[in-house]
Structures are given as structure tokens and as C-alpha cells.
Design a protein around this ligand. Structure first.
Ligand SMILES: NC(=O)c1ccc[n+]([C@@H]2O[C@H](COP(=O)([O-])OP(=O)(O)OC[C@H]3O[C@@H](n4cnc5c(N)ncnc54)[C@H](O)[C@@H]3O)[C@@H](O)[C@H]2O)c1
Length: 261
């Protein structure tokens, strides 16, 4: 029996990158997983592959930057599955690599909307259902950037730092309803987002980022997905208000990028 047997789960940004690995891992562990994304073709293809293996998966278009999309996502999943056990708020964009004074108001609001307000929205719509059923696990995707300073990523780090604070607050507030809220902070993980970021910042800084991880390499999406499976599962029934770092030790070291270039 899988570690998530019979659970109903949503993964935002579930069509590609780390989200895709989470969708796959949840389905393999027996959950009925709803991948929600704006990359419709990728999401549909992934779900078709999982269904062909006999796993339970569905795809739903959802732009996490749009409140109505998140409301409809939660409603559709609860209608189809009868409840909602797990929501992973994973979708985000990488917008940075610039000093804060070069960022426009529009860029700031876009990043905060997609990376942070989206988490507020999905918790707002998921929590009443989880409270009603007296059971739920919310897992919010943070980042090593919530723990360490990097040049050029102030807005992204502001969103990720706020996700840590939100997750702690909600863990305290909704623990009495048996709803657990945790976050995961990955280091650099090989995904389309990471490759795009390294292409923008340059090879040299990219190599320095690798060296920032004491384990000597960047991470794999499946390694983050494994942490998500644990936090989503009943094995973590007494774990809430926690940030689980999956960062190869990056946040444990005082090494700074410029020293390594
Ligand atoms: N890759 C890393 O090194 C790394 C490190 C730390 C934290 N993270 C975090 O992990 C999460 C996943 O990152 P990734 O590297 O897999 O990114 P990615 O860009 O490779 O994949 C992101 C997925 O989210 C989807 N998405 C983007 N905007 C969306 C929107 N508005 N609505 C719905 N879906 C949307 C994309 O279509 C894609 O499927 C993000 O929260 C990111 O901040 C990534």
C-alpha cells in the first residue's frame, strides 16, 4: 500500500519541474492527484502517462495568479474527490537577477501575486474544506532564499520568507482542527526554472551556486518530492509548523557566492 493511498491531493505548478516530480510521486504513492498548471499541454500529457500506468491523476488549468482559477480548482477537486486531503502550493516564477532599485512596480506586484498571494488564495479556499473534514495537510514551497541572502533576488526572497511566516502562523491557528501546515525549502534543483536562471546570470555564477551546496551538487526534483510525500503522509501526523530544508546543506554554511566565483 502506498504512503498516500486514497488521499485527494492538489499540486499547483504540477506539470513541470519539481511540481511534476511531486505529481508523479503522489500518484505512485496511491493518491488521486490533481495537477494544476498553466502549461496545459504538458499537464495533459503527464496525466495521460500516469493514467496509462493505472495511477489516479487529473489535470486542471489553473493560473495561481487569478483568484477565480484557484477557487474553481478547489471546488472542482472537492466535487470530484469528495474531499481535499493535501494541497502543495508549488507554482512560482523566478523574477530577479536585478538590484531592487531596477525592479518596476509592475514586476514586484507580478512576482508577489504569483509567488505569494497565490498561497493566500489556495489556503483561503482549501482551509474551510479541511476544517470541515477535520483533516488536511498544506505544504507551501519556500526556498533556500528564505534563509540566505543572494544578490539580485530581494523580491523573490521576500515572497519566500513570507511563506515561512504564513506557514508557521497557519500551523498554530489550524492545528486544533487537525490541519497541518509545513513548508519545504529547496536549494538549487535541476529544473527548467533553474536552467533559465543560470542562463540569465551566467555560467560562472551558476558554477558558484553549485559550490554553495556542501553536498557538492545541485538537487533532483525527486529528492524534493520525497520530502513532500513524507509531509503529506500520515507518518508526519505530529509534524506541523516546520520548514524542511532540502538544500544539500546550503543554508547550514556561511559560504557566500562571491567567495566562490
Ligand atoms: N529549481 C530550483 O532551484 C528551486 C529552488 C528553490 C525553490 N524552488 C521553488 O520550487 C517551485 C518549483 O520550481 P521549479 O524550479 O520546478 O519551477 P519551473 O519553472 O521549472 O516549473 C514551475 C511550474 O509552475 C508552472 N507555473 C508557472 N506560473 C504559473 C501560474 N501562474 N499558475 C500555475 N502554474 C504556474 C509552470 O508552468 C511550471 O509547470 C517554485 O515555488 C520555486 O520557487 C525552486
Amino acid at each position: 500500500m502506498g504512503r498516500l493511498q486514497g488521499k485527494i491531493a492538489i499540486v499547483t505548478g504540477g506539470a513541470d519541474g519539481i511540481g511534476r516530480a511531486i505529481t508523479e510521486a503522489f500518484a505512485q504513492e496511491g493518491a488521486h492527484v490533481f495537477a494544476a498548471d498553466i502549461a496545459d499541454a504538458k499537464g495533459e500529457k503527464l496525466v495521460a502517462e500516469l493514467k496509462a500506468k493505472g495511477l489516479a491523476a487529473d489535470y486542471q488549468h489553473c493560473d495561481v495568479g487569478v483568484e477565480a482559477d484557484i477557487r474553481m480548482l478547489v471546488e472542482a477537486v472537492v466535487t470530484a474527490g469528495g474531499r481535499l486531503d493535501i494541497i502543495v502550493n508549488n507554482a512560482a516564477i523566478a523574477l530577479g537577477g536585478m538590484p531592487i532599485y531596477d525592479m518596476t512596480d509592475e514586476q514586484w506586484h507580478r512576482l508577489i501575486n504569483i509567488n505569494l498571494t497565490s498561497v493566500f488564495r489556495s489556503c483561503k479556499y482549501a482551509l474551510p474544506q479541511m476544517i470541515r473534514q477535520r483533516r488536511g495537510s498544506i505544504i507551501n514551497m519556500a526556498s533556500v532564499q528564505a534563509h540566505l541572502g543572494f544578490e539580485g533576488w530581494t523580491a523573490y526572497a521576500a515572497a519566500k520568507g513570507a511563506i515561512l511566516a504564513m506557514s508557521r502562523q497557519m500551523a498554530v491557528e489550524f492545528g486544533p482542527h487537525n490541519v497541518r501546515v509545513n513548508s519545504v525549502s529547496p536549494g538549487s534543483i535541476a529544473t527548467p526554472m533553474y536552467e533559465q536562471t543560470v542562463a540569465e546570470i551566467g555560467e560562472q555564477l551558476g558554477r558558484a551556486w553549485v559550490k554553495m551546496h556542501p553536498i557538492g551538487r545541485i538537487g533532483k526534483s525527486a529528492e524534493v518530492a520525497e520530502a513532500m510525500v513524507y509531509l503529506a503522509s500520515d507518518a508526519a501526523g505530529f509534524t506541523t509548523g516546520m520548514d524542511l530544508r532540502v538544500d544539500g546543506g546550503a543554508a547550514a554554511t556561511p559560504r557566500f557566492v562571491p567567495d566562490l566565483v
